[in-house]
Design a protein around this ligand. Structure first.
Ligand code: FAD
Length: 266
């Protein structure tokens, strides 16, 4: 299932990358926050094409931590999907930081307590297969940016903040509580953040992102908005942003769907 229901934004250029599956090995883990675990993966990664803020790849997870991950198989039409009804062995993850010289890439996994990847994140070890990224999105320069998302988008948000020029950047984030705020760390002056806490509510059940967007006062000039979060939480945000920005300046990605396994951009 393809969750991405945003229009293809016209001024975001996607440079396509040649892809090959790469077997990677966990070499280090770090708890960045109580809910986000960084896993450093090593392998044949010197030419992994990581450029844009939202670059992501499919990670193929083993059925249980430490077991052998299923190797991706290909036909002339591309990656062979599992048979109808069979669960997908892969999930999409943002490539947070590549070190081509060391041949490592970091991915930051939300520990949400279930799922193939979420279970693996509780005991991350052994090998995975990595396939991607398919492309890199490069956004034409704008006068301001509105970015946002839940914990799953924090790696992409950090990359956006690293890459954008010093124009006004406003970030709205929905996180479990204050402990998760540490992820973005100290930010430059042109970046403002509206942090909203779920305070015990389940992820994907609140209107916190929409509330934060409602409180946003757009600066003068041409803007661009990007967000990644639970698909249902983005629905009201999409409606609200359509009143604020041209469709082509809004890119919202359903990163997961509450109650559904293995969703997210296909
Ligand atoms: C382009 C892209 C980039 C992404 N980057 C990242 C990233 O860098 N880090 C990251 O952690 N995630 C990221 N995600 C989201 C991640 O792919 C999904 O959360 C995925 O569903 C996790 O797989 P799973 O096997 O743990 O759970 P699944 O088997 O897919 O789902 C099992 C259950 O858990 C629920 N669930 C899934 N994710 C969450 C969550 N985060 N919180 C609460 N419940 C959840 C589902 O609704 C379902 O009920 C990204 C998604 C996309 C599309």
């Amino acid at each position: 299932m393809v969750v991405r229901d945003a229009p293809v934004v016209s001024h975001v250029e996607h440079s396509e990358h040649a892809r090959r599956p790469r077997r990677v090995q966990v070499v280090e883990t770090l708890d960045v926050t109580p809910r986000i675990r960084r896993v450093r993966l090593a392998g044949d990664l010197h030419d992994l094409p990581v450029a844009g803020p939202t670059d992501h790849a499919k990670l193929f997870f083993p059925p249980a931590p430490g077991e052998e991950p299923p190797e991706p198989h290909f036909s002339a039409r591309g990656l062979v999907a599992p048979p109808a009804g069979a669960p997908r062995p892969y999930r999409e993850y943002t490539l947070r930081r590549l070190d081509p010289a060391a041949g490592t890439v970091d991915v930051d996994l939300v520990r949400h307590g279930g799922g193939l990847a979420g279970t693996w994140a509780e005991d991350p070890r052994g090998a995975l297969w990595l396939y991607g990224p398919r492309s890199s999105a490069v956004v034409a320069p704008r006068d301001w940016y509105l970015l946002g998302g839940d914990e799953t988008a924090l790696p992409a948000l950090a990359r956006w903040i690293d890459q954008l020029p010093t124009v006004p950047v406003h970030v709205v984030v929905e996180v479990a509580d204050a402990a998760e705020e540490a992820y973005l760390g100290d930010l430059p002056e042109h970046v403002t953040v509206d942090r909203r806490h779920r305070d015990g509510a389940a992820p994907g059940t609140t209107t916190l992102l929409d509330d934060a967007v409602a409180a946003f006062v757009a600066p003068a000039g041409e803007g661009f908005a990007w967000m990644g979060a639970e698909a249902g939480a983005l629905r009201p945000v999409r409606r609200r942003l359509r009143a604020l920005l041209p469709t082509a300046a809004v890119d919202l990605d359903g990163y997961w769907r509450r109650g559904v396994a293995g969703t997210g951009l296909g």
